[in-house]
Write a protein that binds this ligand. Structure first.
Ligand code: TXA
Ligand code: MG
Length: 324
């Protein structure tokens, strides 16, 4: 079978309208920003977000950045304090990403933030990206549009070379001006912390915020956050997690993959059909759901094949099951 064609769209009215229509329908569309090209998808659609990880071939779930047309739209999904408003006024739109506590009212899929309680938000300055985001009217999750372990693309041709046949379209917004990714600044804790250096310099940030801590973990790598320090910020279930379950007791909740094992009434089905993309879309919801049932002691997880998105799911589940 021929792989589906990737549409190359011009950055005019029609191209932007087509890209927005595809994004609203749950398809994957790459678009240029001032930093690098992003691999965009509707951040509120868990299935679409799972498709982003699948297209990138990522071995783990790295939290993704949500892109917005305005600071007002971004701050509807996160708790923005006065530090956040100050830097947003200075540097947005522009190459700065802010990590802030996620609001419970946010419609962004849990998978977008890899199950974290925080969310990374950014308002790009590229006029085509801005027009697209306005037209979509929803947060757009977009990691850099490269396959895992490769360099970030800065032209539409780079994106085609990386992802032809894996995504619906590329909106050709010209070469990227900055060429390196956005600066990631964590404002979810007491001390402002630089997670990734990028388009806005540390000096620029310190001029408005005062001293900024530099994270020791390399948050810029594709597999980040990986160091123990960053891992602790991951959502960890309160119940114990038991992997590769072939039976289940009454006090255990079952995270099922395919026909559920008998023995408990507390079952969350990741994918009845045994589809790893569907399972990825439901993983964090499932962990939170079973963790919220107080009578249970343990979350028992049925075996999930270690292929495709199954690798990312198993990576996350092994972390959840690790002794703590
Ligand atoms: O310039 C950019 O930021 C590009 C363009 C497309 O906007 N996007 C980009 O996305 O570089 P990505 O997925 O390749 O990098 C996202 C970075 C990762 O280092 C990730 O760990 C961090 O942001 N990140 C995202 N959400 C986070 C969170 N809740 N807490 C900590 N770090 C987070
Ligand atoms: Mg990247």
């Amino acid at each position: 079978m021929q792989p589906p064609m990737t549409e190359l769209l011009a950055a005019d009215q029609d191209g932007i309208a087509r890209a927005a229509e595809l994004l609203r329908a749950g398809a994957l569309v790459s678009f240029g920003t001032e930093t690098v090209y992003g691999l965009g998808g509707d951040a509120t659609n868990a299935q679409t977000v799972a498709g982003i990880f699948a297209a990138k071939n990522r071995p783990g779930f790295n939290p993704l950045i949500c892109h917005y047309a305005s600071a007002e739209a971004a701050f509807a999904d996160v708790l923005a304090d006065c530090r956040a408003h100050t830097v947003a006024e200075q540097f947005w739109p522009g190459p700065l990403t802010l990590v802030l506590p996620r609001l419970p009212s946010s419609q962004v899929a849990l998978l977008t933030g890899a199950g974290l309680d925080s969310l990374a938000v950014r308002v790009p300055s590229h006029p085509v990206a801005h027009a697209l985001l306005r037209r979509v009217g929803r947060p757009v999750a977009a990691p850099s549009a490269n396959r895992s372990g490769r360099v970030s693309p800065t032209t539409a041709a780079h994106v085609i070379a990386e992802l032809e046949g894996r995504i619906a379209a590329v909106l050709d917004s010209g070469p990227c001006r900055v060429g390196i990714e956005s600066t990631v600044l964590d404002l979810s804790g007491a001390a402002p912390t630089l997670l990734r250096p990028g388009g806005v310099t540390l000096e620029d940030l310190e001029a408005v915020l005062g001293p900024v801590r530099i994270a020791t973990a390399d948050a810029s790598a594709d597999h980040a956050p990986r160091s123990p320090g960053m891992l602790t910020s991951h959502y960890a279930p309160t119940h114990a997690v038991r992997l590769d379950a072939d039976r289940v007791s009454a006090t255990e909740g079952l995270l099922a993959f395919g026909p559920p094992l008998p023995g408990t009434t507390s079952v969350f089905q990741l994918s009845a059909a045994g589809d790893t993309t569907e399972a990825a879309a439901r993983l964090f919801e499932g962990l939170r759901h079973l963790d919220g049932i107080p009578d249970l002691t343990t979350i028992a997880v049925m075996p999930i094949p270690d292929a495709g998105l199954g690798r990312a799911i198993n990576d996350r589940l092994r972390r959840a099951a690790a002794p703590r």
